[in-house]
Design a protein. Structure first.
Length: 529
């Protein structure tokens, strides 16, 4: 019997002391499974955090939880976890053994309730939330509100959607207008997640590459509330606006299957946008840009085989991958810089696409496309300007080049900091935001600027601003420093008061690796120096 050792952060109140540690907790893992020849190379038991999920790259090696394999024997459920590393710590909420081999959804039998689970019923079996504690102030401007996913208040997504652990949480407005004559709200936020795990005791832990949640919750100050999902009934339009597209009752389905357009161990959404499309089911098309991960590497590194676009015309219920949008990860084409993206749709007829290479080590690049031509790569225009502004002008010099992704140039300036050391010796270091990871970009009405948000080389959440989509972009400002557990993928909520111009609060999703779930966060932009 092989066991998996998870060293987790303490459960309970927020502790900002990076030296704080928690007892090692062990959980009984599945029997080893032979790796498929087409899958990534076998696990290196000497190297932590190399599992086949994106979040292995999110670890801050100085403080967050570590994952390793231990062949010391079976778990001793009677031992004391505080002194014996082979003990089963039943007090620490454990979520998943990431080394299991994913299985097809069709092979996973329903394990949830036969009828929809209410929040009240789900609360009966919910564990106490782990670090950080809801309400924690993580910087002068930023605090943690609540859990969006996981078996925690306010959504209990394990029993209601089969979502025990997930990440990313790209979020966008579905572009619809509510019809007051219907009993349901057509105007929603759509939220797409990456690798998702359900029941830890089920085959393959009910792994899915991706899932989708929906909400019409306008009160962001207490976190997003997700309504119950609905099994689709084509004759009942209300079922297209439930809390999630379901495979069966209380189980969110995988929305984008592997289209077999290149090697992939998982298909992860990186951006979403809606575009008006007259004549379609709801008059709007939803677009998701996803990356096909070929292999996971060391923390902050992974290899994609390509990125592409999937689209839906029924509010995210069903998705079609457009092969014409595939961008192979080939360094000589320029498409390597658009393996992960973020979308912005101003009122100028274009969708702007901010791209980054695979992993978390690159800069950002910019393209745009007429909004009705999202699926036609020949119509994309690439910005080849400098990162610096022209004196006396609002933006940098440059031009849009059609059909040539290799023309795109890096848009974020890198700050170099010079320090004086002992005996007057000079040393240089990179400023905040020097590397770009999973990113979201919006126009912010409160600041009257575009905002780009991501985590940087220090695993801190940073923000840049610009007057124009193409720049010139500011140096990065730190919104919150790295946290124990490993934070990544800050995704801004388009319904934030600051985005709409009704206040200074900016709400966003943030993934925490140690818990492997997504949090609701808030930043007061009036307090950002």
């Amino acid at each position: 019997m092989t066991t998996s050792l998870f060293t987790a952060q303490p459960v309970g109140a927020l502790d900002l002391d990076p030296a704080a540690t928690a007892p090692a907790a062990t959980v009984d893992a599945v029997e080893p499974i032979a790796l498929d020849a087409a899958a990534p190379a076998a696990l290196d038991v000497a190297t932590p955090a190399t599992f086949g999920v994106e979040e292995s790259a999110a670890l801050d090696v100085a403080t967050p939880a570590t994952f390793a394999l231990d062949d010391s024997g079976p778990v001793d459920a009677t031992a004391d976890p505080a002194t014996d590393p082979t003990a089963l710590d039943t007090a620490t909420p454990m979520m998943m053994a990431a080394a299991v081999e994913p299985v097809a959804l069709a092979a996973t039998a329903p394990t949830t309730f036969a009828a929809p689970v209410t929040l009240a019923a789900a609360a009966l079996a919910a564990p106490a939330p782990g670090f950080p504690a809801p309400g924690a102030q993580l910087s002068p401007s930023t605090n943690f509100i609540s859990w969006l996913t996981g078996n925690f208040p306010d959504n209990y997504t394990l029993s209601r959607f089969g979502i025990n652990g997930t990440d990313v949480g790209i979020i966008w407005d579905n572009g619809m207008v509510d019809d007051p004559s219907t009993p349901y709200n057509e105007h929603q936020l759509l939220i797409a997640f990456g690798d998702t795990f359900g029941d830890p005791n089920a085959p393959g832990q009910q792994w899915r590459s991706n899932v989708l949640l929906r909400t019409s919750d306008l009160v962001l100050s207490d976190g997003l509330s997700i309504p119950n999902g609905t099994v689709i009934n084509a004759a009942d339009l209300s079922t297209y606006f439930g809390g999630a597209p379901l495979a069966y009752v209380n189980f969110a389905k995988q929305i984008i299957d592997d289209p077999n357009l290149g090697p992939a161990v998982t298909i992860i959404p990186t951006a979403g946008i809606s575009v008006p499309t007259p004549g379609t089911m709801f008059g709007v098309t939803q677009y998701i840009n996803f990356m096909a991960v070929q292999q996971w590497g060391n923390p902050g590194y992974w290899t994609t085989s390509y990125s592409a676009i999937a689209y839906s015309q029924d509010n995210g219920q069903n998705w079609t991958v457009a092969p014409s949008t595939v961008r192979l990860n080939q360094w000589w084409t320029g498409n390597q810089n658009f393996q992960q993206v973020s979308y912005v749709r101003p009122d100028d007829g274009y969708v702007y696409m901010y791209g980054t290479p695979n992993g978390r080590q690159g800069n950002a690049y910019l393209a745009r496309v007429p909004e009705q031509s999202m699926l036609d790569l020949t119509k994309y225009q690439y910005w080849n300007g400098s990162a610096a502004a022209v004196p006396g002008q609002p933006g940098p010099a440059g031009q849009w080049v059609t059909g040539n992704p290799a023309a795109a140039t890096a848009i974020f300036p890198i700050q170099t900091i010079t320090s004086v050391g002992a005996c007057g010796a000079l040393s240089q270091s990179r400023g905040a935001g020097s590397t770009t990871s999973e990113m979201s970009v919006q126009y912010n009405a409160y600041l009257k600027k575009y905002i780009a948000m991501y985590t940087d080389q220090n695993n801190s959440v940073v923000m840049r601003t610009s007057d124009l989509p193409q720049g010139a972009w500011s140096y990065a400002k730190v919104l919150m420093n790295q946290q124990p557990g490993g934070i990544y993928a800050p995704m801004m909520n388009p319904w934030s008061p600051s985005t709409k111009g009704t206040g200074s609060d900016l709400y966003w999703n943030l993934s925490l690796f140690s818990t492997y779930d997504v949090m609701n966060m808030r930043t007061d932009l009036s307090k950002v120096n």
